[in-house]
Ligand binder design. Sequence first.
Ligand SMILES: O=C[C@H](O)COP(=O)(O)O
Length: 227
Amino acid sequence: MRTPIVIVNFKLYEISIARALDISKSIEQVSRKLGVEVALAVPATMIREISSNVSLPIYAQHVDDDQLGAHTGSITPELIKEAGARGTLLNHSERRIRLDQVANVIERLSSLGMDSVLCVDRRELVAPAALMGPTAVLVEPPELIGSGRSVSKVRPEIVSESVKAVKVNQSVRLIVGAGISTYEDVIKAMELGADGVGAASAVMKSNSPASVVEEFAKAIRDRRLAP
Ligand SMILES: O=C[C@H](O)COP(=O)(O)O
């Protein structure tokens, strides 16, 4: 995973693959123009179409810890890799999985050479999560998710303490999310030491998702250029 990064979680805000692909292509242009890494976490059924047509890293939003065989409806690390995903979100507040499954899935993703973005809902879980060896820990207080009130502005201590806590495993990045909506929200997250931001509603509910991502990417670019 290249950082600093913006991870846009499409969640279930868009069900048309054609529209999701258009959004992805416009975000790809923004990423190229500003030279800022942007990854897209898309519904599993969209991974192949989007990853085949867009050069951004494409992530799943969830995977199951089931093995090959009699498991109905499972989405596994191998399936998403085959579809073209670079990695996946794991244990999102809206899609929790058991701790033992988290550990197994991180291991499986790692052996497949894929990224794992392990979500936690509070700063106290950042260090234990980092010790499980994911590519990144994404901390998101659930009460701010979808609220338009950004974690970096409303609860800056969550970001700064998480940045410290993740250092328990030097190879793990720290990403923050929940309510990230503006250029200033991203600037603040980066000033506090985050390696990136995760965002969903501000982008996907906008009439111009790429313009919102452009503001986020400009914040990362400007912060990078700052002395
Ligand atoms: O994965 C993304 C997060 O849940 C943030 O969602 P939000 O930007 O709508 O608050």
